[in-house]
Design a protein around this ligand. Sequence first.
Ligand code: OFO
Length: 164
Amino acid sequence: MLSKEIEIALNDQLVIEAKSSHIYLAWASWAENAGYPGIAKFMYAHSDEERQHMLKLLHYINERGGKAIVPELAKPSVNFENIKDLFQSLLEHERFVTSSINDVVGLCLTSRDYSTHNFMQWYVAEQLEEEALATDLLDKLNMIGNDKSGMYLFDRDIMSIRGE
Ligand code: OFO
C-alpha cells in the first residue's frame, strides 16, 4: 500500500508526464505546419511515449492501493523563433522532468518505499536517454546553423529516430 505522501508525489509526476505528452503534441503540430514532416513525426511519437509514461504511473498507483488522478491540461505554449529554439525547449523540458523524477526517487528513499524506488528506476534510465538524445540533436542543429540543405537533411534523418 502506498503512503499518502508517495501517492501524491506519483500523482504529481503523472501530471508532468501528461503535460509532456500534451506539449509535444502541440509542438508536433507546430512543426507539421512549419513544413518539417520529420520533426513533426518525431514529436508525435514522443508525445505518444509520454502518454505511455503517464499510463505506467497511473496503473502503478492504482495497483498499489492508491488513486490515480487524471488531470486537466492547459493549452501548451508554442512560440518558437526557429527549429533550434524548439529543440532547446525540448532539452530544457526534459531536464525539468529529470529533476522532478529525481525528487520522487529521493522521497522513496527517505520514506523507505523500496518498491516504488525500484519502479522509478525505469524513469531514471529513460530520462538519461532522452536528455542524451535532445543534446545530440541540439549539437547537430548548432553545426547546421542557417544552412538550408543541412536543415533538409536533419528533417529527413530525424524521421527514423522514433516511431515505425
Ligand atoms: Fe517521460 O520521459 Fe521524458 O519527459
